[in-house]
Ligand binder design. Structure first.
Ligand code: GLP
Length: 248
């Protein structure tokens, strides 16, 4: 069943999400020996990752049996570019906890164009091979994108290269401080890939997410707001603060 959790602020929400994820990951590892998780980047999960790192330091969780797939990535972008999402995940989480390198699956931002289609198919196959994603954590764009599944994305879409919409491009530009060289394209898990996860947790904090949260949760299911596809899934929990939930 889909659930909406509303917190006073993003700090409380991130703390609770970390607690829930830890419980979930530990129980899945106890059952089958490993847990597969898809993780997002962006501003929304920063506090969540801080909490996970603190919890690791306090021996509440280990990540050595967690298999990670990153949700999306700029394309093309050099892997040594600090804005590469792969580096974000290292900076905020991976460098501080005990993930095993062999369990990390990143979308390759330097893959040659001619190898791309086959590469994306193999990425999908890899997810299936490990038994699917137990958990997918998501943020949401102000235009309703999840991952980089921009408006217009189809429900049956899989891992692929996409164009970054003008709206997302503008938002992202604010995060790219020292360079104008922002990629216009990206790689992303597809909507179908995301919906195949067993459990989905979506975070949205702040006023600027309130309109899209209303549309995604209360509106019709439409490709105009890809996050609305999540209503087709039976185990999504939305983590909202007072501001992002203010229009519900
Ligand atoms: C970004 C990423 C998404 C992210 C979303 C929200 O551009 N493509 O994976 O979830 O937009 O970002 P933020 O959390 O910074 O608002």
């Amino acid at each position: 069943m889909n659930k909406i959790n509303i917190y006073n602020n993003s700090y409380d929400g991130s703390k609770d999400l970390a607690k829930i994820l830890i419980k979930e990951i530990n129980s899945i590892i106890l059952k089958k020996g490993y847990c597969t998780i898809g993780l997002p980047t962006g501003n929304s999960p920063v506090k969540l990752y801080e909490e996970l790192v603190n919890s690791y330091k306090n021996n509440l969780i280990q990540f050595k049996n967690v298999i990670l797939f990153n949700l999306d990535e700029f394309y093309p972008i050099r892997k040594d570019n600090k804005y590469c999402y792969r580096n974000y995940l290292y900076d905020h989480l991976l460098d501080h906890v005990d993930f095993n390198e062999k369990n990390l699956y990143f979308l390759d931002s330097e893959i040659k164009e001619e190898k791309l289609a086959n590469y994306c198919d193999l990425f999908e196959k890899k997810i299936i091979e490990v038994g699917g994603l137990d958990i997918q954590v998501l943020g949401i764009g102000i235009n309703g994108h999840i991952g980089f599944n921009e408006p217009g994305s189809k429900i049956e879409s899989k891992t692929r290269k996409v164009k970054i919409s003008n709206e997302s491009y503008k938002t992202i530009s604010k995060d790219f401080k020292e360079t104008n060289n922002i990629p216009r394209e990206a790689l992303t898990l597809g909507i179908e890939t995301i919906l195949s996860s067993y459990k989905i947790y979506l975070m949205a904090w702040g006023n600027n997410k309130s309109s899209i949260i209303k549309k995604a949760i209360k509106g019709e299911i439409t490709s105009s707001y890809p996050a609305s596809y999540l209503k087709k899934h039976n185990d999504v929990t939305y983590f909202l603060d007072e501001m992002s939930s203010s229009k519900l």
